[in-house]
Ligand binder design. Structure first.
Ligand code: DX5
Ligand code: ZN
Length: 218
């Protein structure tokens, strides 16, 4: 591949008893961003971590914090995540009644604005905001847990989104999240993805730092 994908390891699969060690490893690694999964136990059937942890990660790393909000009413927390140090804030399409307004609230705080689509949500629902977005996150598993299997249909969605972005002259990046590993990364990038989230593929590897380089260079 001529253009290397952006690699965003997800801390969800890191060792929460020793986060500092894992963040220092990411600092030394070829990771481009750190992906932070915020879950509220309502939008998704799991609770992960919140704003104080984002703040702690910010203090330990200079890499951009790619913050994925799997929460209801995300508009209530935009300012708090900015204050905590998020660089990119991605909200779920399914969680936003006034998505256009929420996107601009994120931008007004000086962050990049992303929208995530669950596996059942069609790409076509983004047509009217695609030029307002910095990023679209295609979920390739049902959000809530790390370590799930990649849903192959996501590849068709990435292609359809690439076509929509190019046709509209949008500059939105395509990020893919869930079940990404060294075996499917080439297909995902060939379908049109720019950025890849990897949780268990990185942190369950024997050598996580080396695994990040492998993912970056496939
Ligand atoms: C799932 C999260 C993902 C998760 C990915 O709800 O959004 O970011 O950490 O984990 P893996 O790479 O293990 O599927
Ligand atoms: Zn995520």
């Amino acid at each position: 591949m001529d253009v290397k994908p952006i690699i965003a390891p997800s801390l969800l699969s890191a060792d929460f008893g020793n986060l500092k060690k894992d963040i220092q490893m990411l600092n030394r690694s070829k990771a481009d961003w750190i992906h932070l999964d915020i879950m509220d136990g309502v939008f998704v059937p799991n609770i992960s971590f919140g704003i104080p942890v984002v703040k702690a990660v910010r203090a330990l790393s200079k890499k951009p914090l790619d913050t994925h909000l799997m929460i209801v009413q995300p508009e209530r927390y935009i300012h708090a995540f900015k204050e905590a140090g998020a660089d990119m804030l991605t909200v779920h399409w399914e969680a936003c009644t006034h998505l256009h307004r929420t996107i601009y609230q994120i931008k007004e705080e000086g962050m990049l604005a992303g929208v995530a689509l669950n596996p059942h949500t069609p790409v076509a629902g983004l047509e009217d905001v695609i030029n307002d977005l910095d990023m679209v996150l295609i979920m390739s598993v049902n959000p809530g847990f790390g370590g799930q299997k990649f849903i192959p249909r996501a590849l068709d969605k990435i292609k359809a989104l690439r076509e929509m972005i190019d046709r509209n002259g949008s500059e939105a990046l395509i990020e893919v999240d869930g079940g990404v590993c060294r075996d499917n990364i080439a297909a995902i990038v060939n379908a049109g993805a720019d950025a890849l989230v990897a949780g268990s593929a990185v942190f369950k590897a024997e050598n996580p730092q080396e695994e990040i380089s492998i993912l970056k260079n496939i």
